[in-house]
Write a protein that binds this ligand. Structure first.
Ligand SMILES: CC(C)(COP(=O)(O)OP(=O)(O)OC[C@H]1O[C@@H](n2cnc3c(N)ncnc32)[C@H](O)[C@@H]1OP(=O)(O)O)[C@@H](O)C(=O)NCCC(=O)NCCS
Length: 184
């Protein structure tokens, strides 16, 4: 992580698809949040295997300063995960740019609903996410999702074994496409 103030306004920040060589940068960016139990830690092998899910924000020098991923759960629902900013760049609109990029990826995949599990309720509320309580998938889809070994899916389903990870987090959902917010 760099120190001091950002050298450039957010207008000079670019958001691009991740490269495989970004994995060490993703680890650097998420490390402080993993240490504070705000984000789930990921092994390198998991990040390489899911690198296509990631968008990276880079400063004018090309240095990665933020990352975020879109993980598809089912045919109309995905999760924004591993969204993290270099602390020097917080509150400069970079998180907004990354989230916009990930929502664009969802729309390109024909996905109309995005879930997130977060402590950053204000940030996501400002971006149209609403707090949800119970499951937002049908019992049939739930029965399929419960077969997943992915920890994020377990958190989405609110399974008892991941409750210690989710304590204090808020479950939120955004409907991107009008008329597609029902149970699927
Ligand atoms: C959530 C997170 C990615 C937001 O990143 P961010 O870049 O600070 O977000 P933004 O700058 O787009 O928006 C944050 C605030 O800055 C404000 N802002 C936007 N552009 C700005 C600018 N140019 N100058 C000053 N403020 C600005 C926004 O209005 C917003 O205001 P708010 O704090 O009152 O809500 C960041 O806080 C983070 O990494 N959190 C830890 C990890 C996490 O919890 N991730 C989410 C779950 S996966």
């Amino acid at each position: 992580m760099t120190s001091g103030h950002p050298a450039a306004p957010s207008g000079q920040i670019t958001v691009r698809k991740a490269l495989a060589t970004d994995v060490p940068h993703i680890q650097r960016l998420i490390a402080p949040y993993v240490a504070r139990r705000i984000l789930l830690g990921k092994d390198d092998v998991t990040l390489y295997g899911s690198i296509q899910q990631f968008q990276i924000a880079v400063d004018p020098d090309g240095t990665p300063i933020g990352c975020g991923a879109l993980n598809v759960f089912w045919d109309d629902i995905a999760e924004v995960r591993t969204l993290a900013l270099d602390a020097d760049w917080l509150h400069h609109g970079v998180g907004h740019k990354l989230l916009e990029g990930l929502e664009g990826d969802a729309l390109a995949l024909g996905i109309g609903r995005i879930f997130c599990l977060t402590f950053e309720v204000d940030f996501f509320t400002k971006h149209g996410y609403l707090e949800i309580g119970e499951s937002v998938v049908s019992p049939e889809v739930y029965a399929e999702l419960v077969r997943s070994t992915d920890e994020g899916v377990a958190e989405f389903l609110d399974l008892a074994r991941v409750k210690p990870n989710t304590l204090g987090n808020t479950r939120m959902l955004k409907v991107l496409a009008r008329g597609e917010g029902g149970l699927r």
